[in-house]
Design a binder for this molecule. Structure first.
Ligand code: SF4
Length: 451
């Protein structure tokens, strides 16, 4: 409780800060970076290197009220089929710019609802991908699965193409909470899909949960967690629900008066952490949990945990290429985001150009901040001496930045000659600490709550 009082003094209840899946966050991308940069950065990928692919499928049959994902509702498959045709063309355009001998580190299908694709359409997309990209040694293929949509036939297709990681959105099993967020999904539906995947020798299963939802209580969240744990996931992502109706119009359907207050959010996240860690999960960063032996736990132990647009990852590839509307690519040179509107994305690709419409070119002044924020988010510590050695021009600025950070949060962090470490119990501060290093963090109103 002492920590909570101190966290409150440090502004944890009021702070609105980015999740820092990139630095700078995507709201600072601009149209100064477009498809010409995207093309140049693709052509600069070194021969023989590994790249990862993210494919965005921006369609859902249902639109859940809580969800801020970029997706559109559809009751027919016609727009999905047309979209997949465009993806096939985009694969050609991307592949033509890459060296012949790149290999594939990771393939992730996300959305939206990737499992809205029927088996035949999914096979068409995967045939095209694997004809163009050779799988690397430690290749992993992961898919976001909606248990209310995924047919056994589609699951078998994904498994036959080598899907070895699946991610299932649960959020909460409590019926009242599900009604309040416009997403009905029974335990039985979820369990059936999990058992189907396990019988197909799926290597790793992730489940996504949310705390801070309307009507959620410590008891209801604990019950949901017990049900989730009975399905034996290997990883869990526990996100704080971000109520941002000014950004995600669907969220106006959520009854704000039923949302837990900030102190309850803090308690909900605390009870979830205790339950999961006492069940044998290891905490990974500030919102993930993994079984010992899982890739994320191993990466954490080896100091190789990283952060990308999907959250925490053990992917070591330097290049992540996003395909599909609104997807973001990450290159050593910067970020490139495809046209967000599906129609504009389709027009760009069908015009035989890439779809990069906005982005950000990184300078060294951004790179040291990006690295420091990634270290904070992944390991709750920053190796200041190494950072100064890697960016000698910025060594005095780096020194001043961390001295100021330590002075502003004296109980929250410890500073010595070489490093800054977040003190035990003050891990929830990490996004606020990152925000202090963020040169763009002028406005605090457009992001989600720090807890
Ligand atoms: S939670 Fe999933 S199914 Fe629901 S709107 Fe978001 S992406 Fe679509």
């Amino acid at each position: 409780m002492t920590e909570f009082k101190q966290l409150r003094r440090y502004g944890i209840l009021d702070a609105k800060v980015p999740r820092y899946t990139s630095y700078p966050p995507a709201n600072h991308f601009s149209d100064q970076v477009g498809q010409a940069n995207q093309s140049e950065w693709l052509r600069a990928v070194p021969q023989g290197s590994a790249v990862s692919l993210y494919i965005h499928i921006p369609f859902c049959k249902r639109l859940c009220w809580f969800c801020a994902c970029r997706t559109q509702g559809t009751s027919t498959l016609r727009p999905v089929e047309a979209y997949v045709e465009t993806l096939l063309h985009e694969i050609d355009l991307i592949r033509a710019r890459l060296p012949k001998d790149v290999s594939l580190s990771r393939l992730h299908l996300g959305g939206g609802t990737p499992t809205i694709l029927p088996s035949g359409l999914m096979a068409l997309l995967l045939d095209k991908l694997f004809a163009n990209f050779e799988k690397g040694d430690a290749f992993e293929f992961s898919v976001e699965i909606d248990p209310t949509e995924a047919s056994p036939d589609l699951l078998d297709t994904l498994l036959s193409y080598g899907m070895n990681r699946a991610s299932i959105g649960v959020q909460d099993f409590d019926p009242d909470v599900q009604k309040a967020i416009g997403r009905l999904q029974s335990f039985q539906q979820t369990s059936d899909v999990v058992h189907h995947l396990r019988s197909g020798n799926l290597h790793s299963l992730n489940m996504d949960l949310l705390y801070g939802l309307p009507f959620q209580t410590q008891e209801s969240l604990s019950q949901s967690l017990q049900e989730v744990m009975s399905l034996q996931p290997d990883r869990l992502a526990l996100y704080g629900y971000a109520h941002v109706p000014w950004m995600s119009k669907r969220q106006v359907l959520i009854d704000e008066s039923a949302l837990p207050d900030p102190q309850m959010r803090y308690e909900l996240s605390g009870i979830a952490r205790v339950l999961l860690t006492s069940d044998g999960f290891e905490q990974i960063g500030f919102d993930h949990f993994a079984r010992p032996g899982d890739g994320l736990s191993i990466a954490k132990a080896n100091g190789q945990l990283r952060r990308n647009f999907q959250g925490y990852t053990d992917d070591t590839a330097d290049v992540l290429i996003g395909l599909g509307a609104s997807s973001i690519s990450k290159f050593p040179q910067g970020y490139s985001q495809n046209e967000s509107a599906t129609a504009k994305y389709v027009t760009a690709i069908e015009g035989q150009t890439l779809a990069g419409a906005r982005g950000y070119a990184l300078s060294d002044a951004d790179r040291w901040v990006a690295l420091a924020i990634e270290q904070l988010m992944c390991g709750f510590a920053v190796n200041i001496a190494q950072l100064q050695a890697d960016f000698p021009t910025y060594a005095p600025i780096i020194s001043t930045a961390f001295t100021q950070l330590a002075a502003a949060f004296p109980l929250g962090v410890t500073l010595d000659d070489n490093s800054l470490t977040v003190n035990p119990g003050f891990e929830p501060l990490v996004r606020i600490l990152a925000g202090q290093l963020d040169a763009f963090q002028a406005s605090q109103t457009s992001h989600s709550s720090a807890i």
